[in-house]
Write a protein that binds this ligand. Structure first.
Ligand code: F0G
Length: 461
């Protein structure tokens, strides 16, 4: 018997509600078939509990909505931009800010500005859009994450850490001048939301500086990372998440950021840096691709909401609730021995589809099918993070075959209650009982870029 746990509740109350539609199993079977067994192609209206992503799906507070009314929609020099700039300096510590419409806008500009054709880019596991922009800029991505990150069952408090030996070997083999930069994502989305320790980040920075290599932080969910450091790393237990977060950023030269996660908004992002020349280049590029450098594709009100979100997200009760809610869900699954990536990440739980559907070979897309089956079972929407997301090797044209074949169930911030989590967990557990009945998929349409968003499948009969 489980020990009776102390009750907890959300650190907010509900002021506005959005009704959700309840559907039948028959309805959902038809919907997923029409969507080509790709949860990205479902209509949101047909989804009951949407755990597709935590990106842009957050609920804003009354403080943020009030800020939306203060949008200064001037083409140039919006006051919301200056407020955002102040807050980026205050909470992240970078000197210069260029806003973008979302994270990939920042990745695009940074990659095009810094990478020279043929250079290598190191990173602690790939992220889909980040790697694609590096490749489109002529770079070649090299994974330098620790081996544990590729093993769903390996327990490590900082499973997102950079393997310093791998990074050093790359520098020796290719020469520092052939490495454009190292991207540190913290936590590592594709590894299951696994954090990077402060010590590791310091060492990465020291090694990179020794060789004059730039360190780029993917700061998308760095506040969650800071919370993990506070909970798990010696010496940080008495520091605030805000202090830890800022210190972590100080070991990087620049950051790309998708505000749609940590910053509790529905749209927005930025690239920030400390080097004036780089800033000048980015600021010039933003006017070509995003908009003037004081709005970067965003409305003034969106910049205001993002600046205010920064203040709220770093409050201890908010960030700790955020991560604990995910842990609660993971505990429900672990009690039933559902195969998931361990330990629980900061933003999501990842079902290990390789084990869940161990009778379906990777080339028949077990994770893709599991996400589709979960939707049919209960209207809960997750996403594939396996062979489909990994795309193809640009040189050989073959599938990349990642060790991790996962379904991600991601938690939007401040949107769902404990009861929603109970319902979603129940469905996963029921599905696990019937797992042997599942059949694999065949891909019938494959787009050339980021195929997971739009690929279509059929069930192999
Ligand atoms: N970096 C990380 C670690 C991300 O998770 C994302 C987006 C991006 C960069 C790109 O940002 O979407 O604003 O352009 N992740 C979303 C997700 C899409 O569902 O995990 P974006």
């Amino acid at each position: 018997m489980m020990e009776k746990r102390k009750p907890w509740a959300e650190p907010y109350k509900i002021k506005v509600v959005e009704p959700v539609k309840m559907t039948t199993r028959e309805y959902r079977e038809k919907a997923i078939e029409e969507a080509g067994y790709n949860t990205f192609l479902l209509r949101s209206e047909d989804v009951y509990i949407d755990l597709l992503t935590d990106s842009g799906t957050n609920a804003m507070s009354d403080y943020q909505w009030a800020g939306m009314m203060l949008g200064d929609e001037a083409y140039a020099g919006s006051k919301n931009y200056y407020y955002l700039e102040d807050n980026v300096r205050k909470y992240y510590g970078y000197k210069y800010l260029v806003p973008t419409h979302q994270g990939r806008g920042a990745e695009h500009m940074l990659s095009q500005t810094v990478i020279k054709k043929g250079q290598f880019v190191a990173g602690n596991m790939y992220f889909t859009t980040t790697r694609l922009h590096q490749e489109l800029a002529g770079g070649k991505f090299v994974d330098v994450i620790i081996d544990e990150a590729h093993d769903p069952d390996a327990i490590h408090p900082f499973k997102g850490n950079v393997d310093l030996d791998k990074f050093e070997k790359l520098i020796k083999e290719k020469g520092a001048e052939n490495i454009a930069y190292i991207t540190v994502g913290a936590p590592v989305n594709m590894a299951g939301g696994q954090p990077v320790s402060m010590e590791n980040m310091k060492q990465v920075h020291a090694l990179a500086k020794k060789h004059n290599i730039m360190v780029v932080l993917d700061a998308t969910r760095n506040m969650e990372n800071a919370y993990f450091i506070q909970q798990r790393e010696k010496g940080y237990e008495n520091k605030t998440v805000a202090e830890i977060h800022k210190e972590f950023c100080s070991y990087s030269d620049a950051a790309t950021m998708s505000g749609k996660k940590d910053l509790l908004v529905n749209i927005g992002g930025f690239v920030a840096c400390n080097d004036y020349d780089l800033f000048q280049k980015l600021r010039n590029m933003v006017v070509v691709y995003e908009g003037l450098h004081t709005y970067g594709g965003l409305a003034g009100r969106d910049m205001e909401a993002m600046a205010r979100g920064m203040e709220e997200a770093l409050q201890e009760e908010n960030i700790s609730f955020r991560v604990k809610q995910v842990k609660y869900f993971s505990d429900l699954l672990e009690e039933e021995n559902i195969p998931i990536v361990k330990p629980a990440g900061g933003h999501a739980i990842f079902l290990n589809a390789r084990k869940f559907y161990d009778h379906i070979p990777q080339d028949e897309f077990p994770a893709q099918k599991l996400a589709a089956d979960l939707y049919v079972d209960s209207g809960v929407r997750g996403m594939e993070r396996g062979i489909v997301s990994a795309g193809r090797n640009p040189e050989t044209g073959d599938h990349n075959r990642p060790k991790l074949e996962l379904v991600r169930l991601t938690f939007p911030r401040r949107v769902y209650t404990q009861a929603h989590l109970d319902v979603a967990a129940y469905s996963v557990i029921e599905l696990y009982k019937k797992r042997h009945q599942a059949k694999g998929l065949r891909m019938v349409y494959e787009p050339p870029y980021l195929r997971f968003f739009q690929a279509r499948f059929e069930v192999i009969k």
